[in-house]
Design a binder for this molecule. Structure first.
Ligand code: NAD
Ligand code: UD2
Length: 303
């Protein structure tokens, strides 16, 4: 059976990916520093190497005997990139280069998480993969750097790779207690406890919310399609929801009035983020990606 390294496997998306790999009988080794992830998320049967993806020695040990790398470890917050620019850069870009450098030795297929943050604000929606890249945050700039280094990795070192620009991912196991967590898990948590929510700005900003099961399906398909051309695909639904509409929908699902406090807008914030899912649909086939409402009930039930 193949053995895969999943960096960030104790986090939200990495834990779902690890569980899917184990479910089909693959071996999983997780490299994670547990900075935002937790041991409780480690998939049954997966091995944990506790370490930092920017530490070349830890990375070299972690890749021994693996057949491919899923690189998901990052400080996955736009807001934290504003507060700790060099620290997030080390994890998000230097960490990716350390992983690519390790993959280079055996030309290991390398599937990694980029982000819709590479696009910034766009005049034309939905956003196709070929749209100009205009990151508005350190986080987005580092993710774009990851894509460029993956391309160089293919050109110069023959590393086959595939990158995915995740839009706003949601689903069970996204920690609602962290202030940097995704808006859906925060709103579901607060409303299900009968508390109100904070909306940053006027709530008219929109996001394309994609369920974690579609993200996992894309990552798994990507491992078979990694190539030295270093393709990069959107992972999105092509449907936009405003943050205010989201709050009202979740409050209704929880059977509580939508108590909303308006707060100042966040720095580095994108106004409208909506992806074109044409290439994702071609990769995943009919049925994908799934809608927001069924997924919301699942998050509320998980809490
Ligand atoms: P998460 O915070 O739940 O998981 C990240 C994991 O990486 C955690 O387990 C954390 O402990 C680990 N980690 C962080 N820094 C590390 C380091 N230096 N060395 C080793 N491990 C480290 O976040 P997530 O939502 O699961 O995000 C996974 C990936 O997807 C990230 O690359 C993120 O940037 C990207 N992404 C996420 C979203 C989203 O909506 N959640 C959107 C776009 C891109
Ligand atoms: C998400 C990803 C990020 C990056 C980006 C790509 C998360 C946690 N982050 O950032 O990794 O890839 O997408 O564009 O998924 N909001 C509120 N109240 C709250 C929390 C959030 O109003 O309590 C708003 C927030 O201001 C933003 C929207 O909800 O307009 C989504 O916020 P988020 O933190 O879930 O995700 P985002 O889009 O900043």
């Amino acid at each position: 059976m193949p053995l895969y390294l999943v960096t960030g496997g104790c986090g939200f998306i990495g834990s779902h990916l690890s569980a899917a790999l184990r479910a089909r009988g693959d071996g999983v080794r997780v490299l994670d520093d547990l900075s935002t992830g937790s041991l409780a998320n480690l998939a049954p049967g997966a091995e944990l190497v506790r370490g930092d993806v920017a530490d070349h020695a830890a990375v070299r040990d972690a890749i021994a005997g693996v057949d491919g790398i899923f690189h998901l470890a990052a400080i996955a917050s736009v807001e934290r990139g504003v507060q700790d620019w060099p620290g997030t850069h080390r994890a998000n870009l230097s960490g990716t280069i350390a992983m690519l450098d390790a993959a280079r030795l055996r030309k290991l297929p390398f599937v990694y998480a980029s982000s819709a943050a590479v696009y910034g604000d766009q005049a034309v929606l939905p956003i196709t993969e070929d749209a100009p890249k205009r990151p508005l945050s350190a986080y987005g700039a580092d993710k774009l750097g990851c894509e460029q280094h993956a391309l160089v990795g293919g050109l110069v070192h023959g590393i086959p790779s595939m990158g995915f620009r995740f839009f706003n991912v949601f689903g069970p196991r996204q920690d609602p207690r962290s202030p940097y967590s995704g808006v859906i898990s925060i709103f579901c948590d607060r409303f299900s406890r009968g508390e109100g929510v904070d909306i940053f700005g006027d709530g008219g900003q929109t996001r394309d919310f994609v369920h974690v099961s579609d993200v996992v399906a894309a990552l798994l398909a990507g491992m078979a399609q990694a190539s030295v051309e270093a393709p990069v695909l959107n992972v999105c639904t092509g449907r936009a929801t405003s943050v205010r509409e989201l709050a009202e929908t979740i409050a209704a699902a929880c059977g509580v009035p939508a108590e909303i406090r308006q707060r100042p807008p966040r720095a580095g914030e994108i106004r409208h983020s909506l992806g074109d899912a044409t290439r994702l649909r071609a990769l995943l086939g009919p049925g994908a990606p799934r809608g927001l409402r069924a997924g919301l009930e699942e998050v509320v039930a998980w809490l």
